[in-house]
Design a protein around this ligand. Structure first.
Ligand SMILES: [Zn+2]
Length: 253
């Protein structure tokens, strides 16, 4: 079974592995690598971009699709003619690192804003985040029992910016169950109640601020999130859903 390297080392930009399986999906060549560094889209985080080099030929990764637990890299159409030569071959994966790093910063920025919301919003419950595919902004969503106002938004931002200034460390830790993780992080734990997690869980812990089950990619320290500004916020009073749209400064290709 393919190992998803990005879960253990989100800073791995390039990696050599081999083609474990191949087939055709939507008339394009799909390969699964024994060790994969490309993250598919999920949890509001768009997919990685990059290339795979096989037999000295570079192929663009056009999509990343997980089927029955296997992460398939969909290669550009030029790979089709060589499809049957790929099995067992060495494959060098190269991430579009600027995009990945920006995604990691946005995603981690979403975590710390959610943590600030947990600390300040009455009836807070996380409802996910959505990073724009062009990396122009990210939106976090959560419930709020009372109207979410500009004042709420401002105090929430202060908490998040102070935490970013403090440069807290971030680590992923595995627990045998959700209950075990909750017990250890009772004061800072948060979870989207729509998630039905069973068995082992990976918890992303931001020092004393936040503990949340997540399979996204994160930076190692909060300072790496950098300059964070809020573009807009809204509150939908019937569903009691608040959303905050924020922006980071990213260099993207
Ligand atoms: Zn995350």
């Amino acid at each position: 079974m393919s190992v998803q390297k990005f879960l253990y080392d989100s800073y791995l930009r390039e990696h050599t592995s081999y083609v474990e399986s191949f087939h055709i999906i939507n008339n394009l060549c799909a390969i699964a690598l024994a060790e994969n560094i490309f993250r598919p889209s999920g949890g509001g985080q768009p997919r990685d971009h990059g290339t795979v080099i096989i037999n000295k030929i570079s192929y663009k990764v056009e999509d990343i699709i997980k089927i029955k637990g296997v992460t398939n890299l969909i290669l550009d159409s030029s790979a089709l003619v060589s499809l049957y030569e790929f099995y067992g071959k060495e494959a060098n994966s190269i991430l579009d690192w600027e995009r990945r790093y920006c995604l990691m910063r946005y995603h981690t920025g979403g975590h710390i804003l959610m943590s600030a919301a947990r600390q300040t919003v009455l009836g807070y419950e996380p409802q996910g985040m959505e990073i724009e595919d062009d990396l122009s902004s990210c939106k976090i969503l959560f419930t709020s029992e009372e109207e979410f106002t500009e004042k709420n938004c401002s105090s929430l931002l202060d908490i998040a910016l102070n935490a970013i200034d403090g440069n807290a460390s971030i680590e992923g830790k595995k627990y045998p169950s959700l209950d075990a993780a909750k017990e250890e992080h009772i004061d800072e734990f948060r979870i989207n109640s729509n998630l039905n997690l069973k068995g082992k869980v990976r918890i992303i812990i931001i020092d004393n601020y936040d503990a949340n089950p997540c399979s996204g990619t994160h930076v190692k320290s909060l300072g790496e999130v950098g300059s964070l500004t809020i573009e807009s916020f809204s509150y939908e009073s019937i569903e009691r859903i608040a959303s905050i749209k924020f922006k980071l400064e990213c260099i993207t290709s």
